[in-house]
Design a protein around this ligand. Sequence first.
Ligand SMILES: Cc1cc2nc3c(=O)[nH]c(=O)nc-3n(C[C@H](O)[C@H](O)[C@H](O)COP(=O)(O)O)c2cc1C
Length: 185
Amino acid sequence: MSIASIIRERRSIHEFNDKPVDRSLVLRLLNDAVWAPNHGLREPWRFIYAEGEGKSKLVNGLMTILDKTKLKDATDEQKQKFLNHLNNVPAYLIVVMPEDPRPAIWEEDLEAVSCLIQNLQLLGWEEGIGMLWHTGDYIYNKKFRELAGVNPGEKIVGVLRLGYFDEAPKARQRTSAEELFTVLN
Ligand SMILES: Cc1cc2nc3c(=O)[nH]c(=O)nc-3n(C[C@H](O)[C@H](O)[C@H](O)COP(=O)(O)O)c2cc1C
């Protein structure tokens, strides 16, 4: 597969199958993904991986938070469905960066981590592993951060859901670059 076709064919995956993800494969993918560009070679990232018991604790903690926020008006049945959905995710990878007080450095670091995450998504896709880069108010929640082992002064850039899948969603068209292209004469 060419890089172009992997970029075009990768989709965010919401529904995963039961095939377990090998942690050593995730580490191998990460060891390639860390070749992302990053200014000053600061390598502004750290990874927190949750599977098995750790995943259950994370999901249960997240549900407690969502119970009071996003799911506060949900029925018990809806909450149970959502809990099952979160538990069906084979593994979670939380990607964090240090929050440098200098805005320019902070921005560069966020940009570098975003490059790393996209590298990882593409590398995963090549291996048949789908991902969903997830964010939301909960990534700023003190309890969630503590539960995930995120240190003060670190920012969660993404909570990646990852696993094998049976079907990829249909692509939604992108705007052609020609439409967004200005040439300065
Ligand atoms: C920074 C970032 C945050 C995202 N957060 C979410 C999210 O919280 N929930 C979600 O369903 N998708 C999230 N996504 C995935 C996008 O919704 C998805 O990439 C977009 O719909 C295009 O679909 P595709 O990835 O299949 O091409 C996020 C993507 C990025 C880059």
